[in-house]
Each structure stands twice: as C-alpha cells, then as structure tokens.
Write a protein that binds this ligand. Sequence first.
Ligand code: ADP
Length: 345
Amino acid sequence: MTGETAPFNPAALDGEQLFEVTLRPTCFEQFVGQLRVVENLQLAIQAAQARGEPLDHILFSGLPGLGKTTLAYLVARSMDAHLHETSGPALLRAADLVGLLSNLAAGDLLFIDEIHRLSRPVEEVLYAAMEDYVVDVVLDQGPSARNLRLKLPRFTLIGATTREGLLSAPFRARFGLQEKLDLYPADDLAVILHSSAEALKVRLDAGAAQYLAPRSRGTPRVANRFLRRVRDLAQERYENAIDEHVAREGLARLGVDENGLCAMDRRILKTLLRHGGGPVGVKTIALSVGEEDRTIEEVYEPYLIREGYLRRTPQGRAVSARTRELFPALDAKGMEETGTLFPLA
Ligand code: ADP
C-alpha cells in the first residue's frame, strides 16, 4: 500500500451515488442476470397493461447493491409511469407518508427503500393505502378528534429491503409480487464490468474483468466501485487501459487481497480466531471491529459465508475449517499476520 488510496470499505456507499446513476441500466435488456426476476416483472407489467389495471405492489429483497433501486426505475420506465422515491427512515411520522400519498396520481409508482425501517404507525397507514387505496387522517385531538377518510388514486408501491425477515407477515402479504435478488455469479459481474468500462470510456481487457469479477463480492455496486477506482489508476499511470496487472495493483491499493477480502473482512476473521475460532455473537464482533452489527450482517458476512470463511451457528459466528486450513498462521498464538491473508492490510 502506498497510502495514497483509501482502503476499500463496502459499507460506505453515499459518496458514490452520482457515479451509480451514470451506470444505471436504462432498460430491462441492459440489466444483467437475475433472469427469473426480470421475466416475472415483465410478465406482470404486460398483464397489468393489457388489463388496464395498476401493477400489483412489489417487494424487492436482497443485499445492498444488487439492483433493487435499479429495478424500480426500470419498472417505472417500461410503464412510462412517474416514480416517487423515498425511504423508510425518511418517513418519520404518519403525516409524512400521508403527505406523499396525497400527491400521487393514478398509475404513479411509490418507491420506498429500506422499507423494513418504517415505524409501526407509518406502516399501518400504508396497510390501508395498499389494500383499499384510502388513508385515514385524524383531525384535531381529544374529544373533538374526528376521522377523515381520503380516497387515493390507484398507485403501485415498490418496497425494497435488505432484511425481509424484519417485515411483519401481514405487511409482506400485501405485496402481490415478491422478488428476491441473489448474489451475482462472477460471469454476470464480468459483463457488468465490461459495459460499465464502455460507459466510462476506459479500456478493460478480459484478463482484468476475470480478475475483478470474482473479487466483487457477488455485487454489481462493488464491481462498479472497483472499476471506478482502478480507472483512476489506469488514467494516471497506464494510458487509460486496464489489464490484469493494473486491476491487481488497483485492488491491492484498496487493501483488497488476492482472495477478495478487504481490511474489515480480515478484522472480522481475526476477531473470531482470537476467540478460538468462535462461536462469537455478532454484537461482540461488531464491538471488536468498530462497525455496526447490521452492517456486518448485511455487507461483510454474506461474502464471507459464501466464500466459506465463516459459518453462522445458533451460538454465533465461527470460522470454517477452510479458514483454518487456508490461513494456519492466524490460528497460532500471537496472531502473526503471515501467510496469504494479510499481505496488504
Ligand atoms: P440496491 O438498490 O439493491 O442497493 P442499486 O439498484 O442501487 O442497488 O444498484 C447499485 C449499482 O449497481 C447501480 O449503479 C446499478 O446500476 C448497478 N447494478 C445493479 N444491478 C445491476 C445489473 N443487474 N446489471 C447492471 N448494473 C447493475
């Protein structure tokens, strides 16, 4: 590491939003992979349009960066419908939601990101809005309080959640279409990398895509972020061309090692090994590594589990036999950072 590039942190996404919008697919044909989901959506859209009815409410679930927001935009575009965008944490009070709902026109789409973070009172307003297209407003307080029922135009709610399990069963049941997005295979991520490289006007050869794709945590957002950072390196030092050598150097500068592990992944595994390999509760891990437990569960763990470094047990998290085999140095007393796991941290 030269110290001139900040380590890669898959949980820090905010500063990259403008860049993401640039690379967002503009039609279903450009959306790579998740074929079953795309097909289900297209079918539902065609059927609703043929009947002249609004589309069923849709719930997208899946880890951050897998394309939930993108799909909401694609649904809107293919229906030529207006999309209103908000998020669970932004709707603090029921009145915030009532305000939004009363501005909808017939056929509009309302996209609520992080819908599992809605408060109970807001969720309850949504129930009636989704089912009967009405919203009950309480006027005044105390003895003079009165209920006013507003009729809403027929709209479609699109919810996105990284934690489907946190939605109550009755709430979930109100979504006619429920689609779960899975982590992407490396081949799909390579396709995404090539089309993003084209959009960013940087040359990316097959070897570079083969190097970046399997290290992108199964996540298009991560693949695009890698590409963006590696592009900076290519532009400054390698005549705007990314081959495997440049890709490797770029990821190394971000603290991402040959195994695709970033500094936080390594801290998590190290914490577990320091506790004899686990099991260790996620809250303890979070405290040790200085990250929120939610972020550990949503951003780091899925990749560590998928790659066979970590297991979930009823007692907590534990390293797998594979981690011990691959990195015996970490098992040793004193936690010497030798071997292949920590060369770049
Ligand atoms: P989420 O809402 O699930 O967090 P986004 O829809 O914001 O994810 O996607 C993150 C980034 O990855 C965006 O730049 C998006 O365009 C890109 N992306 C996601 N899925 C795909 C895909 N299947 N094909 C191409 N690009 C994708």
